[in-house]
Design a binder for this molecule. Sequence first.
Ligand SMILES: *Cc1c(COP(=O)(O)O)cnc(C)c1O
Length: 351
Amino acid sequence: MNTNDVKKLYDEYVLSTYFRQDLCLVKGKGSWVEDIDGKKYLDFFPGWVVSGIGHCHPLVTKRLKEQLSKIMHVSNNFYNEVQPLLAKKIIEYSFPGKVFFANSGAEANEAAIKLARKYGNPARNEIITMTGSFHGRTIATITATGQDKVQKGFDPLPEGFKYVPFNDIEAFRNAVSFKTIAVLLEFIQGEGGINVAGEEYIRAVYDICKSKDVLFMADEVQTCMGRTGEMFAFKHYGIEPDAITLAKSLGGGVPIGVLVVGNKYKDVLTPGTHASTFGGSPFISAAALAVFEAIEKDCLIDNARKMGKYIAKKLESLKLKYPVIKTIRGKALMIGVELALPDASSVAAEC
Ligand SMILES: *Cc1c(COP(=O)(O)O)cnc(C)c1O
């Protein structure tokens, strides 16, 4: 098969919900990928933040092969030996609490939404989110997402969400009502264009939440696993969220979503109130555990800080040369370049 044969099959059998480039990738190693015709590319787009530690990291591949030869799936009505090791690892890097395993970022956020609603039930059920945010593509998470473009055409949307402008303390203070049960926000808006939350803003929102028994929930689906120069981005802000959600690069290439909750909320979701068939299966858990191991072994968080500084410096010098570069934003290796163009696709195509 060549790229065209593959394309024809897609055209005939796969729903066209994505914009795709004419590129069929068949191999990946570290920062390099290879297409079906044997052409190699340096990968600047590791799949929406999935391949954060590179393609087919040897440690992840090794652990998955080992697990594959033992057992792939164990129902959550039994124990498996890998899931709790991953849970322990996640808690060690976050805060005292417990985790729930799902299969995607959207599902992790769904779990967070359910946690908040169950905790507030019946009096309080309103969740505040930010304009420009992104929380997933399920019905509840497109509603949580503060962008019209992802919601359009999917009415009726569920009730109980309220939007405020990002980085605006007063707007948040004014939006909190007797019905508010939680805030859900990203420390760095990914989809929204690499918008970094200010330290003062996060601390103010956090203090308001603490004083009103409102859950402070952070969507770390994109900011997790060292990309920002800390394992989790909340560490930059000197606060301890009530809940965080993780996904994307946590799986090292396999699908995972995790809700982490602080001890205060560990008994809100009781047996029978939430579940996921594949959540925390030994195969997936082995991959995520290996991602932590690889980050520790290869000192990838230090590397993210170092390389982040390097690339930011290089981008700043490009900015002096090319006025088309408007601003450069981000932390460590989570960087956005805003262009003084209505549409960046021509620049992307040329790259
Ligand atoms: C991608 C993303 C999601 C959704 O994750 P999926 O795994 O695609 O469901 C949620 N929140 C943020 C911040 C994301 O970037």
